[in-house]
Design a protein around this ligand. Structure first.
Ligand code: MIC
Ligand code: SF4
Length: 636
C-alpha cells in the first residue's frame, strides 16, 4: 500500500474502495477557523450533542482579527463560549494561523484531520490525511459522524535530487500546478514519494501540501519519516510520531517526477495559481508591494530565510514590504535570534500573525499595483484591489525583490537548519484542561452578529425557475461570496447574502429575492470548474437563502459541490456542454420532475424558450437523500 491507502484503510467506516464511488472515513481531529467556525458551531449546536465525540477539536481565530466594529469581537466571544462548553480547544486571536499552529502543536502522523478551511491539507506535510470541507461537515465529524470522499485515485509525485539555493518548496508546488493546473484534479490524492522527500523539512512539505488545495485535489500527503520524527521531537511531541512509509511495492494510479535539482524560481501570474511562469521571464518588473506570510509560507524556516536575505540592507524606497508570521512560536524565535530586529531595521512592516493580507482583510495594494505575495491564491480582486496584479512567489524571491524593488530571483542564501528545539508556549490555547469533556453549564455568548442558521426545505417535484445569473469558467468562491470587507458578516446569513456575486453582478441579491417572491426558484448557470478555491459553505448557504435550487455548470469543484448538496442545491452538469452557449441569463427554465430526476440520479430535460437542454446529476445515495430533504441539517 501507499501512504494514503494505509491511512484511509485504517479509517474506513463505509464503502469498499474497489467497488464504491464514495467512501466514509472516521475523522480523528477537526479544526475550524473563525470565518467558517461560527456557522459550523451553530450547526453543531443544532444537532443536540452534549460534547465533541471525536479525539480532538480546535477552534482557531485567525481570519477576522481586524475588529473594526463589534462583529468580529462578538464572533470571538461566541466561539470561546462554545469551545468551553463542548470540550473544544480555543486558540485566541494573536496565537497564529490555524494551519501553521495545527502543524506545530496538534498534527499527528497517521490520523485524519477535517477542517473548515480548504488549506487543511497543510497537515499532509506531517503525514496526516487532512481534508478541507464545509462547516456542516466538520459539525457532523465533531458529533462523531463519518466524512465522505470520492474514492480517490492516487498520483505519486516522485521527488528526485535536491533544491538549489534560492529555490524552495513554493517552487515545487508551482511546478506541480504548472503541470496539472487548477481544474480537472477532482477526486485525486497527490502523494509525495521518492528520494527527494528526505531533503525537505516538515514546514517545506507543509507548503507543498497546503497549496495542493489550488489543484482541486482531495488532499496531498507526505510520508512520516525521520524528518517528521525530528520535527515532532523538536516540538516536544515525539510521542505523537508514527512512521508511515509506502511499501516497497506500493502502486499508484499515475506518477509524475519532479527533479528538484533542475527547478528554477517560479511565480503564479495574475489571476490564477495555475498561471505559472518562470521568475526569469518577469524579472525586472517594477513591484509596488511585497507581502510575506500566510499559511503557505510563514514558518520559522521561511521568515528566517527572508531575514538572512535582508540582513544589513534596506528594502527599496518605493516598495512596501509587510511580514505576517504564522504563529507566536515563529515570532518568538525570530525575536530571540535577532531576525525580528533585522526585519524592522530593513524597513518591513511587521503585521499581526494572522491571515490578514491573504484574504484581503487589510494591506490592499494601490490601484494597478504589482504585488508579490507568498500566499496561495491570486484570484482577481482577492487582495481587495480589483486592478492589482498579484504574483505568487517564494519567500526567497519576495525578499530578493524587496531589496531591488523589481522582480528578482534570489541568487543564493544559506539554508536554515531545522531547529533542534522549538520554544513551547501553549498559553493562548484555552480550555486544554477540559478538552474532550467541556464545561456543560457554560452560557453561550450571542451578540447581535450571531444570527440563526437558515434551514432548507424539501425538494418539490415541479419547479419553475429562472436563470438568475450566467457566469463563465473558473468562478471562484471569492466571486460567489466575497471575503475581505464583507468577511465580518459570516455569522449573519441574511446580511451576508446581500453580497452574493457582488464582484460579478451587484444586482444579483435583489433579483433573486424578486424571483423568490414571484414563486420562481433561482438557477445559476456556470462554465468549467465552478466554485474553485475556498471551503466557505456560505457560497452555497447564502444562495440557498436567496432561493437558489440548482446550479447547472460544465463542471463543479469538489468542496463546493459537496457544499451545494449540504444546502439542498442540485449540482447539475450539462450533458452537452455546448448548451451552455444557448442558455441566456433571465431565461425561464421549467424544472418539471426535478425531484424524480434526483431520485433516479440520471438525466433530466429542462425546457427553455430557446429549446430543451439535457442536464445530469451523479449523486451517491447519501447525497440524494440529503438533497431531497432540503439539505444536511434537514436530513438529520
Ligand atoms: C481562503 O483562503 O480562501 C479562506 C478564507 O481561508 C477560505 C475559508 C473561508 O472562506 O473562510 C478557505 O480557504 O477555505
Ligand atoms: Fe488564512 Fe490565507 Fe491561509 Fe486562507 S489561505 S487560511 S486566508 S492564510
Amino acid at each position: 500500500m501507499n501512504v494514503a491507502q494505509k491511512i484511509l484503510s485504517a479509517h474506513l467506516v463505509e464503502g469498499d474502495p474497489s467497488v464504491d464511488r464514495e467512501l466514509g472515513i472516521k475523522i480523528d481531529q477537526t479544526l475550524t477557523q473563525d470565518a467558517t467556525g461560527t456557522m459550523a458551531y451553530l450547526q453543531f449546536e443544532s444537532m443536540g450533542v452534549d460534547r465533541i465525540r471525536n479525539d480532538l477539536a480546535v477552534s482557531y481565530v485567525d481570519h477576522n482579527t481586524v475588529q473594526i466594529g463589534f462583529e468580529n469581537a462578538d464572533d470571538h466571544d461566541f466561539l470561546a463560549s462554545i469551545a468551553r462548553k463542548y470540550g473544544i480547544i480555543y486558540s485566541k486571536a494573536g496565537n497564529g494561523i490555524c494551519h501553521q499552529l495545527h502543524l506545530e502543536r496538534y498534527g499527528k502522523p497517521g490520523t485524519t484531520l477535517l477542517g473548515s478551511d480548504s488549506h487543511t491539507p497543510t497537515g499532509g506535510g506531517i503525514g496526516q490525511i487532512a481534508i478541507g470541507a464545509g462547516g456542516i461537515d466538520i459539525a457532523v465529524a465533531m458529533a462523531g459522524g463519518a466524512f465522505h470522499i470520492p474514492t480517490p485515485k492516487i498520483r505519486a509525485i516522485r521527488l528526485v535530487g535536491s533544491l538549489r539555493s534560492g529555490v524552495s518548496a513554493k517552487d515545487v508546488i508551482l511546478k506541480v500546478l504548472e503541470k496539472f493546473g487548477t481544474k480537472g484534479n477532482v477526486g485525486w490524492i497527490f502523494e509525495y514519494t521518492g528520494p527527494g522527500v528526505a531533503t525537505l523539512d516538515v514546514p517545506s512539505r507543509a507548503t507543498i501540501t497546503n497549496m495542493g488545495a489550488e489543484l482541486g485535489v482531495t488532499t496531498s500527503v507526505f510520508p512520516s519519516d525521520d524528518v517528521t520524527r525530528q520535527f515532532l521531537a523538536a516540538q516536544g511531541r515525539e510521542a505523537d510520531f508514527t512512521e508511515i512509509l509506502p511499501d516497497a511495492d506500493a502502486s499508484y494510479d499515475d506518477e509524475f517526477t519532479v527533479d528538484l535539482s533542475a527547478l528554477e524560481p517560479l511565480a503564479a501570474a495574475p489571476h490564477s495559481p495555475g498561471n505559472v511562469v518562470s521568475v526569469a521571464s518577469i524579472a525586472g518588473k517594477r513591484v509596488n508591494q511585497i507581502m510575506i506570510g500566510s499559511c503557505t509560507n510563514s514558518s520559522y524556516r521561511d521568515i528566517r530565510t527572508v531575514a538572512k536575505i535582508l540582513e544589513g540592507r534596506h528594502v527599496a524606497p518605493d516598495t512596501e514590504v509587510g511580514i505576517a508570521c504564522g504563529s507566536r512560536q515563529v515570532v518568538l524565535m525570530l525575536a530571540a535570534d535577532g531576525s525580528l530586529a533585522t526585519l524592522i531595521k530593513a524597513g518591513c512592516r511587521i503585521l499581526e500573525n494572522a491571515c490578514g493580507f491573504c484574504i484581503g482583510a487589510h494591506m490592499s495594494p494601490s490601484t494597478n499595483a504589482v504585488s508579490l505575495r507568498t500566499n496561495n491564491r491570486n484570484f482577481e480582486g482577492r487582495s481587495g484591489t480589483k486592478s492589482a496584479q498579484v504574483y505568487l512567489v517564494s519567500p526567497e524571491t519576495a525578499a530578493a525583490s524587496a531589496l531591488t524593488g523589481v522582480v528578482t530571483a534570489c541568487v543564493g542564501v544559506e539554508s536554515v537548519p531545522a531547529p533542534e528545539k522549538f520554544p513551547i508556549d501553549d498559553e493562548m490555547f484555552l480550555y486544554r484542561d477540559t478538552a474532550g469533556r467541556g464545561v456543560p453549564e457554560t452560557q453561550i455568548v450571542r451578540g447581535p452578529n450571531i444570527a440563526q442558521v437558515p434551514r432548507g426545505i424539501p425538494l418539490s417535484n415541479d419547479l419553475l425557475g429562472t436563470a438568475a445569473i450566467k457566469v463563465g469558467d473558473k468562478i471562484t468562491t471569492d466571486h460567489i461570496m466575497p471575503a475581505g470587507a464583507r468577511l465580518k458578516f459570516r455569522s449573519n446569513v441574511p446580511e451576508y447574502s446581500k453580497y452574493v456575486f457582488e464582484p460579478c453582478d451587484k444586482t444579483f441579491h435583489d433579483r433573486c429575492l424578486k424571483n423568490k417572491e414571484a414563486g420562481l426558484v433561482n438557477v445559476i448557470i456556470a462554465g468549467e470548474s465552478y466554485g474553485q478555491g475556498s471551503s466557505r459553505e456560505h457560497a452555497a448557504l447564502c444562495p440557498m437563502y436567496l432561493g437558489v435550487k440548482a446550479v447547472i455548470a460544465k463542471s463543479i469543484e469538489r468542496i463546493h459541490r459537496a457544499n451545494l448538496v449540504n444546502f439542498g442545491i442540485v449540482p447539475f452538469t450539462f450533458v452537452d456542454p455546448s448548451d451552455y452557449d444557448s442558455l441566456q441569463q433571465g431565461e425561464t427554465l421549467s424544472l418539471k420532475g426535478i425531484r424524480t430526476a434526483v431520485e433516479g440520479n440520471g438525466e433530466m430535460t429542462i425546457h427553455t424558450a430557446s429549446g430543451d437542454i439535457k442536464v445530469k446529476t451523479t449523486l451517491s445515495d447519501r447525497e440524494r437523500h440529503v438533497i431531497l430533504c432540503g439539505g444536511l441539517l434537514a436530513s438529520l
